[in-house]
Design a protein. Structure first.
Length: 79
């Protein structure tokens, strides 16, 4: 949006660019806060929108977290 503003010098585009920048900042602030609190308290504090494998890694038991590792390349049984 800033590039469009530089080409057109339209105040509407400048305002839209500022609003988009503020929205991106708020999403990043929320994400940083959510991940920081989660790391400090070792549990989910704020919803972060995890799905699938990421959700199982956080909320699942140890068997669910390390279960797929035996299918990874380079992993073999102990001799």
């Amino acid at each position: 949006m800033n590039g469009i503003y530089e080409l057109t010098a339209s105040s509407g585009v400048q305002v839209a660019s500022g609003v988009i920048g503020c929205v991106i900042f708020l999403f990043s602030l929320y994400g940083g806060l959510a991940l920081g609190l989660e790391d400090a308290q070792h549990r989910t504090v704020l919803p972060f929108g995890r799905r699938g494998e990421a959700l199982r890694a956080i909320e699942g038991d140890l068997g669910e977290q390390v279960g797929p590792i035996e299918k990874e390349a380079g992993v073999r049984k102990q001799l």
